[in-house]
Design a protein around this ligand. Sequence first.
Ligand code: NDP
Ligand code: MG
Length: 395
Amino acid sequence: MTSTRTAGQPSVPTAPNGPVGVALLGATGSIGTSALRVLERQPERFVPVALTANGNIAALTEQVARFAPAYVGLVQECADAPDAWGRGPGCLVEAATHPDAQVVINAVVGAAGLPATLAALRLGKRVALANKESLVVAGEIVTRTAREHGGALVPVDSEHSAILQCLAGRQPHEVKRLILTASGGPFRTWPADKIGHATRADALKHPTWQMGSKITIDSATLANKALEVIEAHHLFGVAYDRIEVVVHPQSIIHSFVEFVDGSVLAQMGVPSMELPILYALTWPERVPDNGVPSFEPVAHGALTFEPVRHDDFPMLGLGISAGRAGGAAPAVFNAANEVAVAQFLDGRLSFGGIAERVSAALCDLSALPGYSLDALLAADAAARAHVLSRTATES
Ligand code: NDP
Ligand code: MG
């Protein structure tokens, strides 16, 4: 581990004249609405000043009426949107760079979130990052931008929040291993020959978390855990050989850190994203909050662990190999997965087809150059086109 990228940055941002302004990108999604609940409970510390959505104008309009933000952005064209709102994909960067926002919560899904992450970090802001795809597509560029401009990159993802909490006060040379927990998803106990034919409804039934549809499918294929291993590698500067994954069906232990003396720390809590969202805003401090039920050990009962079924869930291995290969490979993995998941959700691809499409894209495209942001975005576009053309040819 070279450094914890989040260490050494300013503590809770402060504004001399009142609460800290927060730009919330992806306000209408699962993380976005959880974040608004957290912000609403902390009015003395935080105030939403910018909100964006993709196309859900009804939900965004309600949020605007409730929070009266200084900036509102809608990505998709919509004739009913008020003239004062920002429009098009550029509204994410406008919200992220809004002068009233000291903190940006990036809760957009997919690589579409990357430009706003970079723009906020270039201005030295704190980015509370749910959008793990930013780090998967361009992890080196994102972490370098944070370092060079004094921005803080603080994870919202529960596993990475857990690791950050376990690492508090420790030095990089004291860390031996990171162990990320995975719920195992809805197909954890399914026989291998059934998984490839799972339906959309089967795959959307996550056992422990309520999330947006893309990450729910990623949790069913275990692609989400691959994205998280890559995310952990970049956030904490830990080599891939020292990052492991274990299945923990109850989702109470959010991850472990093993130290060089053999001690292991874990962070625990009921499965609610409101805890890591709040911590990403207040890190390294903790503030009182009572929004989430307490963890009751006896009522909860046993915590169990299982090995990952790598052969039956090939997306985990594919993604970790792409991370190890580096260059454009993680961007290809991510983009191919985004398109394949969208096709699965639309009924155009089988569940097993997701890994087939991603594997084929990696085979053909992972050697593309990845030395610059433009090169990575070109690889992302090539991977999307690759999956689209395969599915079009077959249908
Ligand atoms: P959702 O699908 O619930 O929400 C996504 C949000 O982003 C919505 O506000 C949506 O707007 C907006 N959006 C979608 N596509 C675009 C786009 N192309 N450009 C701009 N905005 C867009 O997703 P989640 O909240 O579940 O996930 C968000 C991110 O957080 C993902 O990266 C996910 O991996 C990560 N994450 C989520 C967790 C969870 O518990 N949900 C846990 C850990 C990480 P609209 O509503 O208008 O469509
Ligand atoms: Mg997670």
